[in-house]
Design a protein around this ligand. Structure first.
Ligand SMILES: [Zn+2]
Length: 316
C-alpha cells in the first residue's frame, strides 16, 4: 500500500515539476498566486480553489462499501442499493472545511450522496439539475442555496462564472443503459433516501471559469461532442474509466474537441467503494498509464496529471 502510494507520488512529482506550491493557502482572502489548487476527493469529486473561492465538484467522501463491490480487507458495513443512504459525517468534517459553490454533474449517489450534508454544513451554492435540487430540498437545503439548471446557462457570480454544458451519462451495462426518470418540485421524497433513489436525473458538464484558468469538468465517461466545440479549456477533468472503451474513439474525440488542453487530469477512475487508505495502483496501471501514452500521441504538448487522493497540487 505504502509502495503504491509512493509510486503515485513519484509520478505526480515527475509530471508536475515545480508545480506544487507549499506556499498556497486556500483560505487566503486575496489571491497570492496565479495557480489553481486541486484536491482529488475520489470518484468524480474535486476541491478546486484559486485562493479566493472554493468550488467542490461532485464531492463524495463517504465511499460506502457495497455488498457487490467491497474490498475483502474493508471491515466497514456493506450497503445494498435499497438501504437507506448515510454520509460519513466525521470523515467529511475532516476532509472539507469550506465551500462556496458545489457543482453536481448528476444525481447518482457517488456524485450527490454527500452533498446534502456538505451543503448544509458550508452554506454553499449548489448548481445542478432539477432532480438534484429535488433531492436537496428533501434534505432541507434552503431554496436560496439552490440553482436548478438544464444545460446552456452561463452564470456570472462574484469572482467566478460557470457555463452549464448539456451532457450524457456513461454508457453503463455494455451500452444497455438509459434512465429517463426525473424528479421535480412535485415529487414526494423523504430523507434519508435509499441509495437507489439517487437516480441519474440527467447529466451535465461545467466550464468553471476562475481568475486565471478555465476548467472543463466531467462526471461521466461520455459527452456531446458539439456542446464542447469552442470551449477551449486550459484544464480538462477527463472522465477516464472502463466504460469509455465501448465508445467510438473517445480519447481522440475528447482531446481534439476540447482543443488539446494544456493540462488534462483523469477523473472518476478510482475504486470508489474502497476507503481512501486502500491502494488504487491497479487502476493507475490499467487505466491511467495507457491514457498518458495516448495523450502523448494525440497532444504531445499537454501534461497529464495523475492525482492522488486528498493530496493537493497546483496548476500554474
Ligand atoms: Zn452515474
Amino acid at each position: 500500500m505504502r509502495n503504491a502510494r509512493s509510486i503515485q507520488n513519484l509520478l505526480v512529482a515527475i509530471i508536475l515539476p515545480l508545480c506544487i506550491s507549499t506556499q498556497f493557502n486556500a483560505q487566503a482572502s486575496s489571491s497570492q498566486t496565479d495557480g489553481l489548487q486541486f484536491k482529488y476527493l475520489g470518484a468524480a469529486g474535486w476541491e478546486i480553489s484559486d485562493g479566493n473561492i472554493v468550488v467542490l465538484i461532485d464531492p463524495y467522501i463517504s465511499r460506502l462499501k457495497y455488498t457487490d463491490r467491497g474490498h475483502p480487507d474493508d471491515e466497514r458495513r456493506a450497503f445494498k442499493r435499497d438501504d437507506r443512504a448515510i454520509s460519513d459525517e466525521a470523515l467529511i468534517d475532516k476532509t472539507i472545511s469550506r465551500a462556496d459553490f458545489i457543482l453536481v454533474h448528476h444525481s447518482h449517489f457517488d456524485h450527490l450522496g454527500d452533498v446534502p450534508y456538505i451543503a448544509m454544513k458550508t452554506g454553499a451554492k449548489v448548481i445542478g439539475t432539477e432532480t438534484t435540487m429535488a433531492i436537496l430540498r428533501a434534505y432541507g437545503i434552503p431554496d436560496e442555496q439552490l440553482y436548478a439548471v438544464g444545460g446552456g446557462e452561463d452564470y456570472q457570480f462574484e469572482n467566478f462564472s460557470v457555463r452549464v454544458v448539456p451532457s450524457i451519462h456513461s454508457a453503463l451495462n455494455e451500452k444497455h443503459y438509459i434512465d429517463s426518470r426525473r424528479y421535480n418540485r412535485d415529487t414526494k421524497l423523504k430523507a434519508p433516501l435509499r441509495i437507489n433513489q439517487f437516480i441519474e436525473g440527467g447529466s451535465l458538464m461545467f466550464l468553471a471559469r476562475f481568475v486565471n484558468h478555465d476548467v472543463l469538468t466531467m462526471g461521466s465517461m461520455n459527452f456531446v461532442e458539439r456542446e464542447l466545440q469552442g470551449l477551449n479549456p486550459d484544464i480538462l477533468l477527463a472522465g477516464i474509466n472502463g466504460s469509455r472503451m465501448g465508445l467510438y474513439e473517445y480519447d481522440r474525440r475528447l482531446v481534439e474537441v476540447t482543443g488539446r488542453p494544456a493540462t488534462i487530469i483523469p477523473t472518476h477512475w478510482d475504486s470508489f467503494s474502497h476507503p481512501y487508505s486502500f491502494s488504487q495502483e491497479a487502476n493507475v496501471t490499467s487505466k491511467l498509464h495507457p491514457f498518458v501514452d495516448t495523450v502523448k500521441t494525440l497532444s504531445p504538448e499537454s501534461q497529464v496529471i495523475i492525482p492522488v487522493h486528498l493530496e493537493p497540487f497546483v496548476v500554474e
